[in-house]
Design a protein around this ligand. Sequence first.
Ligand code: DC
Length: 209
Amino acid sequence: MGLVLAVDGPGGAGKGTVCHIASKILGYPYLDTGLLYRAVALKLVAKNVTKLESHAIEFAGTLKLEDLNKVGLRDPEVSNLSSKIAIIPGVRERLLSFQIEFSRDPRGAILDGRDIGARVCPNADIKFYITASLEVRAKRRWIETIKLNPSETLSKVKADLMKRDIRDRSRSLAPLIKAEDALLIDTSELTIDASVKLFIDAVNEKLNN
Ligand code: DC
């Protein structure tokens, strides 16, 4: 039976990169839970719906794994909408069962998001909080974004990220917080390899105890 690893932190902190590499090293399946919210938002944009809340709840209840591989999930419009629909209780409720089911994989599981340690996997074997300064996160997101949209400016990416940070941290329902027992990894000054090493070292320590 593998470990359940719960990873939280703000956008652009490097959670996805670290978790992806760690999942290959450990052989644990990995779920980027932000993709669930993004997939619901993408469907709303694609279908151009007017009744946002009821459709978001409906789409959250019928999500499939293949919806997490669609083109457009990282578009700025989808990023913004995903953090808006994340405050709808019915959306979170429907996505919760998907995530809990994923965390029960006997091989182990890595889930990253905002409320994983506090709500989705409160009994996780290890909780991580991966963060970085706003400056560093904005620069990373901007470098990713200009590959698809070369006219995007760093200041726009930073402003969008800041708005989403405020929304994710200040919402009353499942806000982004560092769980008390979470291990903090600040990647602002760390290479990817160094960040992954801290993560894997913590897992090995747990496995050896
Ligand atoms: O991690 P991300 O940027 O892909 O997440 C997109 C949005 O989804 C984020 O702004 C907040 C929301 N989200 C959430 O509320 N809870 C999670 N566990 C994961 C993401």
